[in-house]
Design a protein around this ligand. Structure first.
Ligand code: ZN
Length: 387
C-alpha cells in the first residue's frame, strides 16, 4: 500500500473525496479485471477478543480468491493482502467506513474513511472500481453546522455523519448578566426588561454576522439552531436572513454545556428529515416541469451522456441495467445494437445505479441517493436537467 496515500477527512467540512479523486476512480479501467474495491464498517462494536472484523474481512477475501485464480494474478494477491490490513484498522473506529480502491498491476491505491452511519461489507474485483456503494453512503455525510446559544454566549459545531467537531473562539462573547447588575440599581423592572432585550438583540445581531462568516469559511449550506423557546422569540428577527434557506431546523438543548456527542444525536434526525424533504421537493419539481426532467434509467442515461443532468436522484432499489462497451469502456443505455461511441459489437450489462453514478461523476452532475423509505413512493432514477 502506498504510504503517501492521504487518509481523507482532514477538515470536518472538507469533502472526504475531492473531485479529482472521483474522476480518477470513474475513469479507471483494468482490462485484466483486477481492480479491487473494498468497503467495510460495523455499526455495533464487536467483541474485541474475538476479532470479529478480521474474520469477516478474511471471509470476503477468501470468497474472492475462490472466484479468481489467484496464482495467475500475483498483483491481485497483493491487493487482497492490503484489504486484510485495512481490517486491522477497523477496530480503531468500527462504525466508520473503511474504503480501499486498489489495483497493484497499475500501481493504483487510494483509501478513504467515511463517517457513514450504516453497515457495509463488500469486496469487488473487476475491470472497474465500484462507485455506487460509496455514493449510497456519502449522502449521509453531508456536513451541517449547529449553533447553540444563550443570552451572551454561544457554541458552534460541524457534524458530518457520525462525527462532530466543536469550533471554539469563532463566536462573540458578552457577559449580559453584568449589564443587568449595573442597570438594576437605577432602573425599574420594566426598564430592566427593555434593557435586557436590547442587549440580547445586539448580541444576536453580532452572532448572526459571525455565523455567516463561519458558514462561508467552512462552506456549509445547512445549519441547525439550539436555544430555549423563549429566547428564540427575541433572537429570531436577527437571524431572519439565515432562516430563509440555511436554517433547516431547531432543537432545545438539554443544557448549555451539553456534550458534543449529544448535540449530534439531537440534531442528526433534523438533518435526515431535511434530506427527505429536499428529495420530495426535487421530485415534485421534476414532475412539474417535464421539460427539465428525465425519468427512468434509459432516459437519464441519454441525458447524462449529453451532459444535461444537473441532479441525479436515485431511490433503492434501482432496477435494470445499462450497457458498458468492452472496447472503449463507455456506459450507455441498454440496446441491441453496437456501441454508440465506437461501433464495437461486444457490450456487457452493468447494474443501473453503478452506470448512472459513473456517468454522473464524469459529467459533474450532483448525485442524491435515498434508501427505501427516504422519499415516499420513490424508487429507481430521476434527473433534473440543466436545460
Ligand atoms: Zn465502445
Amino acid at each position: 500500500m502506498d504510504p503517501a496515500t492521504p487518509l481523507a477527512i482532514a477538515l470536518p467540512s472538507a469533502p472526504p473525496l475531492a473531485r479529482g479523486d472521483l474522476l480518477d476512480l470513474a475513469n479507471f479501467r483494468d482490462t485484466s479485471g483486477h481492480a479491487a474495491s473494498f468497503f467495510f464498517s460495523l455499526q455495533s462494536i464487536p467483541d474485541k477478543s474475538h476479532h470479529t472484523e478480521v474474520t469477516l474481512v478474511r471471509d470476503l477475501v477468501r470468497e474472492e480468491k475462490h472466484r479468481v485464480d489467484i496464482k495467475q494474478a500475483p498483483g491481485l494477491a497483493e491487493d487482497l493482502e492490503a484489504v486484510l490490513m485495512r481490517a486491522e484498522e477497523v477496530r480503531l473506529s468500527p462504525r466508520h467506513w473503511r474504503i480501499l480502491y486498489a489495483c497493484h498491476r497499475q500501481g493504483f491505491s487510494r483509501k478513504f474513511a467515511l463517517p457513514a452511519p450504516k453497515p457495509i461489507r463488500q469486496l469487488h474485483v473487476g475491470g472497474r472500481f465500484l462507485l455506487a456503494p460509496m455514493f449510497w453512503a456519502l449522502n449521509f455525510c453531508t456536513p451541517y453546522g449547529v449553533l447553540t446559544f444563550e443570552r451572551g454566549r454561544a457554541r458552534i459545531f460541524v457534524v458530518r455523519g457520525l462525527q462532530i467537531q466543536e469550533f471554539s473562539g469563532r463566536l462573540p462573547k458578552e457577559n449580559i448578566t453584568l449589564h443587568v447588575k449595573e442597570s438594576s440599581q437605577t432602573s425599574s423592572e420594566k426598564h430592566l426588561e427593555h434593557h435586557m432585550e436590547g442587549h440580547v438583540r445586539g448580541y444576536c445581531k453580532g452572532l448572526s454576522e459571525k455565523v455567516r462568516v463561519f458558514l462561508a469559511e467552512e462552506k456549509l449550506h445547512e445549519m441547525v439552531f439550539g436555544c430555549r423557546e423563549d429566547l428564540w422569540g427575541e433572537a429570531k428577527p436577527e437571524f431572519a436572513d439565515l432562516e430563509k434557506s440555511i436554517l433547516i431546523g431547531r432543537f432545545v438543548p438539554s443544557d448549555y454545556d451539553m456534550p458534543a456527542a449529544d448535540v449530534r444525536e439531537a440534531t442528526y434526525p433534523i438533518f435526515e428529515e431535511n434530506r427527505r424533504k429536499s428529495g420530495v421537493a426535487l421530485l415534485e419539481r421534476i414532475s412539474d416541469e417535464p421539460a427539465r426532467g428525465a425519468v427512468g434509467v434509459n432516459a437519464i442515461m441519454e441525458s447524462l451522456i449529453e451532459g444535461r443532468v444537473q441532479k441525479l436522484m436515485l431511490g433503492r432499489p434501482v432496477e435494470g441495467t445499462v450497457n458498458e462497451c468492452d472496447n472503449c469502456g463507455h456506459v450507455q443505455p441498454r440496446a441491441d445494437g453496437p456501441c454508440i461511441f465506437c461501433g464495437n459489437t461486444s457490450l456487457h450489462n452493468l447494474e443501473a445505479d453503478e452506470g448512472l453514478i459513473r456517468q454522473a461523476v464524469l459529467t459533474d452532475a450532483e448525485i442524491l441517493t435515498f434508501d427505501g423509505d427516504g422519499v415516499p413512493g420513490f424508487t429507481g432514477a430521476a434527473g433534473l436537467l440543466r436545460y
